[in-house]
Design a protein around this ligand. Structure first.
Ligand SMILES: [Zn+2]
Length: 439
């Protein structure tokens, strides 16, 4: 049966399930409360490394990194023999080359890094004749060329028909205010809300991704489950869409909604420099995941991390199998089955996520998942110690809230969101994606 309502995907970056559940319990977020009241809710699982570019690509493509090929916030591009840094910190961006980092983040991720075998939700829907819209989400690859709106960029970006990306690309003139004026006060999400209001007022899409990035920024600084003011602003931003539709009844009449985050966050108080353990290898590390690019024996290198308090699990490939090592014990797994201590990867979707991370052609030979409480310093030595972070396989980094209003499926993983959207519109899912059963 074809969908009768349009669909909005709201992504609140870094929102933990516990934060949303507590906020709903206390009835202090009227717009999120309205959605919860009319929808179904569960905790769902992210991908690995549980870092924003990896997760947003998983949301947009319905694939883990084995298919979408975005490995980390910072990684080594073997073909171009250089680092790619999507913005771990201002310092890390400077260390990697500011201009190159901006180009990688604005263009490269979508134009060249995102796997050719992956299909984005925008491509799939627009190929089926529907209109897709995206606001600020960094995984935006689509069929429509958009000229930049600022003089310092010259190349077009290819996004969905309705495409809004931090004032740099705007498919339509909406009058929304400049987004980067005051990030800590939530001006990026204020921009998203203004564009969202414009789109809802004009009924300008079949499917809209409404991406709110400011919550993650606040949660990194204040720690998980503490950024109440930032979540209140997210609630207001969602409220802007409801208001633009003419109120709660009209909004629910016109739109189905999926609301989720891309990953969780956990408290960090300790910092390690992974590069110090591997002075002769190329290490890319940021937040709570690291990778080592090496011509050496990854199994031997992994042993160097035995007893390292910053490290929980180390992953690498050996022949057709993958190996996970934790506290000196090993688990081998692959298509032929598993052997060893299964508790090593007892994380949510642990085997599947670890396998997919290693099967990414852009990943390092060794992937390191941080222990609770620890973060790996980035290229510039920056970290979030005293605040919140994410990136590892642990539950707190990996669980996300998942709320579905007006759908007959409820995604259990962020890779199930794209197939849920395609299924809603009756569009076939790509062969790599999961087919969801109605619940
Ligand atoms: Zn994120």
């Amino acid at each position: 049966m074809p969908a009768t309502k349009k669909l909005i995907l709201v992504v609140i970056d870094g929102l933990t399930p516990s934060m949303l559940e507590d906020t709903l319990e206390r009835s202090v977020a009227p717009s999120l409360g309205l959605l919860a009241e009319h929808g179904r809710y569960r905790r769902a699982i992210s991908t690995f490394p549980s870092l924003t570019p990896v997760c947003l690509s998983a949301l947009a493509t319905g694939a883990h990194p084995d298919v979408h090929e975005i490995p980390h916030l910072v990684w080594y591009h073997r073909g171009e023999r250089r680092l790619v840094e999507y913005g771990s910190s201002f310092g890390a961006v400077r260390a990697a080359g500011t201009k190159q980092s901006l180009i990688d983040t604005i263009y490269g991720l979508n134009a060249s890094h995102l796997g050719r075998g992956a299909v984005t939700v925008y491509e799939a829907l627009e190929d089926a004749g529907l209109t897709a819209a995206a606001i600020n989400i960094t995984c935006y690859r689509g069929r429509h060329a958009h000229r930049p709106t600022v003089p310092f960029l010259t190349r077009p970006a290819h996004g969905p028909k309705r495409f809004f990306f931090y004032n740099l690309f705007e498919s339509d003139v909406t009058g929304a205010p400049l987004s980067v004026r005051n990030r800590p006060r939530g001006t990026i999400d204020a921009y998203a809300a203004a564009v969202g209001r414009w789109l809802v007022t004009r009924d300008g899409f079949d499917f809209l991704v409404f991406y709110l990035s400011d919550y993650d920024y606040a949660s990194h600084a204040q720690g998980p489950d503490a950024a109440h003011a930032a979540l209140a602003r997210c609630d207001e931003a969602v409220g802007t869409l409801i208001e633009a539709a003419g109120g709660a009844d009209e909004f629910l009449e016109r739109y189905a909604v999926i609301l989720c985050s891309d990953h969780g966050q956990t408290t960090v108080s300790e910092v390690a420099k992974l590069q110090d353990v591997f002075p002769d290898e190329l290490v890319t590390a940021s937040n709570r995941a690291g990778m080592v690019y090496t011509d050496g024996d990854p199994g031997a290198l992994a042993q160097r991390l035995d007893g390292n308090p910053a490290v929980e699990a180390v992953l690498w490939r050996e022949g057709g199998e993958a190996v996970a090592r934790r506290d000196g014990a090993e688990l081998r797994f692959g298509p032929a089955g598993t052997s060893g201590d299964a508790a090593i990867l007892d994380h949510p979707d642990g085997l599947e996520r670890a396998w997919a991370a290693l099967a990414n052609p852009n990943a390092g030979e060794l992937i390191v998942s941080a222990a609770p409480g620890w973060e790996f310093a980035d290229l510039a030595g920056r970290h979030h110690s005293g605040g919140g972070s994410h990136g590892s396989l642990v539950v707190g980094d990996s669980e996300v809230p998942m709320l579905a209003v007006g759908l007959d499926v409820l995604p259990a993983s962020i890779v199930e969101v794209m197939p849920a959207v395609l299924g809603y519109f009756g569009v076939p899912v790509p062969s790599y994606a999961r087919t969801l059963t109605k619940t």
